[in-house]
Every structure is written in structure tokens, then in C-alpha cells.
Design a binder for this molecule. Sequence first.
Ligand SMILES: Nc1ncnc2c1ncn2[C@@H]1O[C@H](COP(=O)(O)OP(=O)(O)OP(=O)(O)O)[C@@H](O)[C@H]1O
Ligand SMILES: [Mg+2]
Length: 255
Amino acid sequence: MITFENVRKVYPDGFEALKGIHMTVAKGELVTLIGPSGCGKTTTMKMVNRLIEPTEGKILINGEDIAHKNPVELRREIGYVIQQIGLLPHMTISKNVSLIPKLKGWAKEKYQKRVDELLDLVGLDPTVYRDRYPAELSGGQQQRVGVARALAAEPPIILMDEPFSALDPITREQLQDELIRLQQEIQKTIVFVTHDIREALKISTKIAIMKDGEIVQTGEPNQIVKEPKNEFVKSFIGDEHSGSVCDGSRMSSYK
Ligand SMILES: Nc1ncnc2c1ncn2[C@@H]1O[C@H](COP(=O)(O)OP(=O)(O)OP(=O)(O)O)[C@@H](O)[C@H]1O
Ligand SMILES: [Mg+2]
């Protein structure tokens, strides 16, 4: 569904952020990009909805080179949770979440119902939060609204850049479970960035471990744990996961 073909990115200051990325994300997969700060995760992700253009190489969605697509139309088909949340401050929570459904011409009744459903889904009581402004929510609550907004128009592809980083462990676990359910039941294709290897092992069907603008290893969670390709991957996974229990390809529990 999404294919990266030799994607390089050199920023205008000459810094080579991506050194030739090859990656395929099949329909219905949940792929996590994980690696140290600055390794190129956000850069890789932002290329899928053309917020950043590659210097070399190309990205295909369903076989079509996205360089030939209208970026605005492309973005309507891709849900996106950005690293800094990015809610529009002058709009209520309800308006923020219904932005894309509205642009797509949904009837008012339909998108209002959807807003309430999604706020419920991310653990925010719609009657309490729907008419508030982003500044009237905590950081973690805003992050949950960011997730709701990305799911609102039921896009086939969802990009999530550290979407759960500001959440308490319980809410985080709940949203991770929800995401697994979404990916399994509705066959969404999800690209997810995280710093947290536990999170990656739990939610991913495939993990891409990145370092210095390159993908060091890709594989199912259990493959990565069982056969880390080198010392870098080993140290990234950490010893505590070597005895984890496998549930299919995902890791269901930890030592
Ligand atoms: N506009 C820019 N101009 C020059 N360099 C940039 C620009 N944007 C990002 N970079 C550099 O490219 C590299 C990759 O950045 P990117 O944001 O993709 O990293 P990341 O893996 O998402 O990091 P983090 O985990 O901290 O979010 C970094 O070294 C960053 O400093
Ligand atoms: Mg980033």
C-alpha cells in the first residue's frame, strides 16, 4: 500500500537526514518507526502526506507516485497525529475533530455523532469536553483529541508521530489496545512513531528500527527480539525483553 523507494532527504542546510529508505507497508499493517532522537522518523513520516518532499527517490501509495497527487486531496485521505498535537486554538474540540469530515461534505448530524463517538473512544466525556477550547484541556487530553481528529474521517492511512507520549500509563495502554483493535478489525494501515520499545513490541505488526537516517532492521516484533541484527538493535531492545511471551507476531507480555 505504501512503498518507499530509495528515499533520500537532504535539508537545505546540507544535512542528510535520510540516506536511502526502502520500506513497504502492506494494507492493514501497523508499522512502527523507532530509533534515537534525530534519526529521521518524523522526516520519513511527513513524506507520506507530502509535508516534506524527498530529495531523491519516491513514495507510492497503491502503486501511484504521490508526487503526482494533489497534496490537499492526499492529506484528506490520511489521518495525521503530529508530534506537537497541533489543535487549532480558536476552535472548540468538536470543531477540531470534525474538521476533515466537514471538508469532505459529511452531513452535520453524521459528523456530530462521530465527534461524540470518538471523544468517548479516547476517554473524554463528550458532554464535558466537546465545547471547550484546546487551552482548557491538559496536555494529555489534547493529545487524545489529536488522536480522535486523525480517526475522524475514517481515512485508510493513519500517521501517528508519538501520539501517546504525554499520556499516563493507563490511558496509554487503553489507547494502544484500541489502536490494535482498529488495525485488526477495520484494516487501517498505520505508520506509528515511538521512542518506547515496549509500545512498539506491543502494537506493531512490523517494526523498523532506524539510526542516522537509515533503517537498520525491519521485522515482526518476535523476529526483532529473537534475531537482533547487530549490537545497536540488541541494546535498543534491552535485556528485559529477551524472555517476553509471543502472541502471534506481537509480544503480549513482558518479563
Ligand atoms: N528543516 C530542517 N533543516 C535541517 N535539518 C533538519 C530539519 N528538520 C529536521 N532536521 C534534522 O534532520 C534529522 C532528523 O529529524 P527528524 O525530525 O526526522 O528526527 P526524529 O527521528 O523524528 O527525532 P525525534 O525523535 O527527536 O522526534 C535531525 O538531525 C534534525 O535535526
Ligand atoms: Mg520526531
